[in-house]
Design a protein around this ligand. Structure first.
Ligand code: DAH
Length: 343
């Protein structure tokens, strides 16, 4: 039985709208428009039933029901195909593209200071030295007194040393590790002691925290010649065989005699440049023969044993080694700087 003309028109309209509904929002609007409980078109048609002459009611009612059924079926069908599309879209967006190149994990690099420490420790290991360490919080005895600093020595003053409230202090050099080692062990002794040290200094070339390596050799018959030979061997390995080494007389309370050690400037090979202030030389460490008074304080008989010691600023060596112009660059931990330095 054909639909009455007005319903055929509705059916066509619905078909047109249904084939244009391409997403969930359009589907929902369509459903509301046709099947909405209050203002839906189907509901509107059914409400016309009561106003019809009784003989037309049945046919019209059946026609509306057919329309309703086909609207429902079509909406269901649309719903199913929209759902299928939604599912594929979401699996696609969550999919893993296994053909993409991997992202390598970012691996850290060793700090320039660590690189230099490693290298120095290795060189001295080859000369029979082993590593010894001591605390960064020290007492006056180990940092000054046992090292033969007189009570009024300027290094002890408040403006150079960080003192703790209890009278202890942040060690101002690695030399107290010499004392601890000599107190603890009997000769022969050959140690190097890398570590952090602290002084109230802060400018382009000084940082309140910096690093030193202490070296100490104590035994029978050790001479100044051994000190010089050891330092030369060390400098030649750390810089190059051509690097010149020069010892200048100096003074430290814990060594006698004492010497400051210069190397030919690694930037100009000794001909003179801006970095070495046109001298051709760079001071890199302090050294000397362990003062007999220091040996005695540590319970080592100076009439039987002698020794040499030296202390070197690691940060300065790292700056020379890697061409780092400003000590702060070492401690700012700026990855862009640190990544440029390779051991
Ligand atoms: N402790 C000294 C300083 O901080 C460096 C030093 C000089 C260490 C001579 C030594 C040495 O062992 O013999 O300036």
């Amino acid at each position: 039985m054909p639909d009455p003309p007005d319903l055929a028109q509705q059916r066509e309209e619905f078909e047109r709208e249904a084939s244009a509904a391409s997403d969930r929002a359009a589907w929902e609007a369509l459903r509301l428009k046709w099947l909405g409980r209050k203002r839906g078109i189907v509901r509107g048609l059914l409400s016309q039933l009561g106003g019809l002459p009784p003989d037309e009611r049945k046919d019209f009612g059946q026609a509306v029901n057919r329309l309703k059924n086909s609207v429902e079926a079509r909406l269901e069908e649309l719903d199913a195909s929209l759902s299928a599309r939604e599912r594929t879209a979401s699996t696609q967006s969550a999919a893993l593209d296994v053909t993409l190149p991997g992202r390598p994990p970012r691996v850290g690099t060793a700090h320039p200071v660590s690189l230099v420490v490693r290298e120095i420790v290795e060189i001295f290991a080859g000369l029979g030295f082993s590593v010894a360490e001591g605390p960064e919080v020290e007492d006056d005895f180990h940092n000054f007194e046992a090292l033969n600093f007189p009570p009024d020595h300027p290094a002890r003053e408040e403006q150079d040393t960080f003192f703790l409230r209890d009278g202890r202090l942040l060690r101002t050099h690695t030399s107290p590790v010499q004392i601890r080692t000599m107190v603890d062990r009997d000769p022969p002794i050959r140690v190097i002691c890398p570590g952090r040290v602290y002084r109230k200094d802060n400018d382009l070339r000084h940082s309140p925290m910096f690093h030193q390596i202490e070296g100490l050799a104590v035994g029978k018959g050790i001479t100044f010649g051994d000190l010089k030979g050891t330092l030369e061997a060390f400098v030649h390995r750390l810089f190059s065989e051509e690097t010149g080494v020069r010892l200048r007389p100096s003074y430290f309370p814990f060594t006698e005699p004492s010497a400051e050690v210069d190397i030919t400037c690694p930037f100009c090979s000794g001909s003179g440049c801006r970095v070495c202030s046109d001298t051709g030389w760079m001071e890199i460490l302090g050294s000397g023969m362990v003062n007999p008074r220091v040996l005695e304080r540590c319970g080592i008989d100076p009439s039987v044993y002698t020794g040499f010691a030296f202390g070197l600023g690691i940060d300065r060596v790292a700056m020379i080694r890697f061409g780092i112009p400003n000590i702060r660059l070492l401690f700012d931990s700026d990855e862009r700087v640190l990544r440029q330095v390779r051991g």
